[in-house]
Design a protein around this ligand. Structure first.
Ligand code: 6CS
Ligand code: FE
Length: 295
């Protein structure tokens, strides 16, 4: 449960908004790395940073083939790491791809990827979570508004906001097929959500999140204050975003899949402890407990 010293209380009786206590960029402003100083400033201000063309078309083709291989493998489909769409039973996500796929393990170690994470977090990093989101066409459901850190703090025990996610588009992210939306600047407010975490919450939350979902009033206030940015981009484009950004994505009713690979880097100085607001830990394929730095 929430302890007295917990700066980010959540999942209690009522919703509570508190200011962020942690830096956004932990590395020194002139920290050497793939991100320019102006881009590091805009990441600090907005909570996100987009790269138009992180991967070449040929590289995207390799990762797309690997995604297809995984989602058509019956053993992967039967594995608990796979989450299906509630309505169509098509695969929605496959977790821990950096462990079950050597191809995605290579992507995690790519300096263009992990180098940006180290620069933002100012330390060595390990993978807290990885997943491929297939988001097939014709009705794949989206992800309702949430802060990832609210879940990773409450359920996975990450103490501070020293975690960054990268979403790399493996298909074109159009303005119509359920792209990522972020409220710019929302990372500076921690919104503790009302409602205790049910046991085995992940079995439901990875299909449709309930616990850890902000109220309409809070979302209205945040969206009115910060606006909403929709991320579109070609296959191979990427968006890095802070763990506490308020974000979500809509359903995809177009024929065009919106597939991405999503990697969460956590600082080795911020390793998971016990959940701050959940009865039990989530499985390790969702919240890693192997803190080996990415080399
Ligand atoms: O619960 C989680 O860890 C996952 N759920 C969402 C909707 N975003 C972050 C993460 O992949
Ligand atoms: Fe999320």
């Amino acid at each position: 449960m929430t302890t007295l010293t917990d700066p980010y209380p959540s999942r209690a009786a009522t919703e509570v908004a508190v200011p962020r206590q942690d830096p956004v960029v932990w590395g020194a402003p002139d920290e050497p790395g793939p991100i320019s100083v102006p881009d590091l400033h805009s990441y600090e201000r907005d909570g996100f940073l987009s790269v138009e063309q992180l991967l070449s078309e040929d590289e995207v083709a390799v990762y797309r083939r690997e995604l297809e291989r995984l989602v058509t493998d019956p053993a992967v489909r039967a594995d608990e790491r796979s989450v299906v769409e509630p309505r169509t039973q098509e695969i929605r996500s496959v977790f821990e791809v950096h462990r079950i796929s050597e191809v995605f393990a290579g992507l995690v170690r790519d300096e263009r990827v992990v180098g940006r994470a180290r620069q933002i977090l100012g330390s060595d990093v390990y993978v807290h979570q990885s997943r491929i989101n297939v988001k097939p066409g014709f009705g794949a459901s989206g992800f309702y508004w949430h802060s990832d850190f609210e879940t990773w703090h409450a359920e996975d025990g990450l103490p501070n906001m020293r975690t960054v996610s990268v979403s790399i588009a493996l298909t074109e992210n159009l303005d119509t097929n359920g792209g990522l939306m972020i409220m710019p600047g929302s990372h500076r407010t921690f919104l503790g959500c009302a409602g205790a975490t049910p046991k085995d919450n992940y079995k439901k939350s990875l299909q449709m999140q309930d616990a850890g979902t902000p109220s309409d009033e809070a979302l209205t206030e945040l969206a009115s204050r910060h606006g909403i940015r929709l991320f579109t981009g070609r296959a191979g484009s990427a968006t890095w975003f802070d763990c506490n950004c308020m974000h979500g994505s809509g359903d995809n009713i177009t024929p065009f899949p919106r597939s991405n690979v999503f990697i969460v880097f956590n600082s080795v100085e911020n390793t998971a402890v016990e959940p701050f607001a959940a009865p039990v830990r989530r499985p390790e394929f969702i919240g890693a407990r192997d803190f080996t730095p990415v080399r």
